[in-house]
Ligand binder design. Sequence first.
Ligand code: NAD
Ligand code: IPM
Ligand code: MN
Length: 357
Amino acid sequence: TNKKQIAVLAGDYIGPEIMSAGLKVLEAVSKNNQFDYEINAVPFGGAAIDETGDPLPDSTLEACKNSDAVLLAAVGGPKWDHAVKRPEQGLLEIRKDLNLFANIRPTVISSATKEYSPIKITDPVDFVIVRELTSGIYFGQPREKTSTMAIDTMRYTANEIERVAKVAFEMASHRRNHVTLVDKANVLATSKFWREITEGVAKNYPEVEYDTSYVDTASMKIISSPAQFDVILTENLFGDILSDEAAQITGSLGTIPSMSKGKTGPALYEPIHGSAPDIAGKKIADPISMIKSVAMMLENSFGRGDMAIQINQAIDEVYKKGILTPDLGGSSSTEEVTNLIIKSIQESSEDYVTNNV
Ligand code: NAD
Ligand code: IPM
Ligand code: MN
């Protein structure tokens, strides 16, 4: 069969609310575009702990490995903060087990969306953070906590740096030819090593301008002059922190999607934010992050950039009309935003049909 297999991991709190929005949009955009797919919804995170005791049951991991792409909403929350194995542990495991070492997190502010930015935007902003996702202080050993001390370890091998650096330079060569490595090389040995290895990779991309920035300075520049960035390459923890900061300058954390990929196997698409327990059940979660994750999946895993464009144009429409959830200053519900996005997808495909008669 030619049907694409999509593993769906809705997760916790607002996770299922935004996943259902994302799937409705996927269904709508697939109708007129001859895109055939099959959804395999499997338990993950807190929901899976409640069902099986494990945030990442073997059956869920298998379902992901056997899929063409994985869609994930968000996991975690106060209900499981003291679980033996937290939902977040399942998230780290699935990234590691699928070898998803490169995490791509876009920041785009266009003329259509700049009025939602909390900062003054003069030039268009369009950069991606390429975050290393399966190593560094998230995974390094030793990791230990006693009553008198605790230790985490930031560790990187040459191969771990090289493979994610290649992803960044490859992306830059299809964008504006500029990579900025963000690190703390004035202090950390791992950062000094990142510079050595990344310089080696940079030599193979002479057309790509390569520079470096300390992470404290970079966090300032993301606010003061975000238009200067094209591709930001950075290690796991710095990338986690900087991507939430970068998200907020677009107007809301609730609008940013991501792709996580390895060398082979299915890629995983998820919003960069968490399960937002503070707004769960209120029907006001912003669905844009999830819907854009669907668009990213269509473009990157299924070669359907055309369908991604239709989705993104429909999202521009909700911004234009101001039909937005409260995180963007609106007063609409998740469902109202989603329905308007679906309506403009349907209208644009009707226009298309009409124009081609
Ligand atoms: P969060 O990202 O869930 O929320 C931060 C703030 O942003 C909250 O005020 C929230 O309401 C808001 N927000 C986030 N997404 C939104 C959306 N779509 N629409 C509107 N507002 C939105 O971060 P947190 O509160 O620090 O963490 C909550 C839980 O999520 C924790 O258990 C954390 O570990 C987990 N988490 C999971 C992921 C993931 O699954 N990938 C990512 C980050 C955090
Ligand atoms: C993210 C999240 C996760 C991370 C947590 C929940 C483990 O913050 O996806 O950005 O730190 O990677
Ligand atoms: Mn994060």
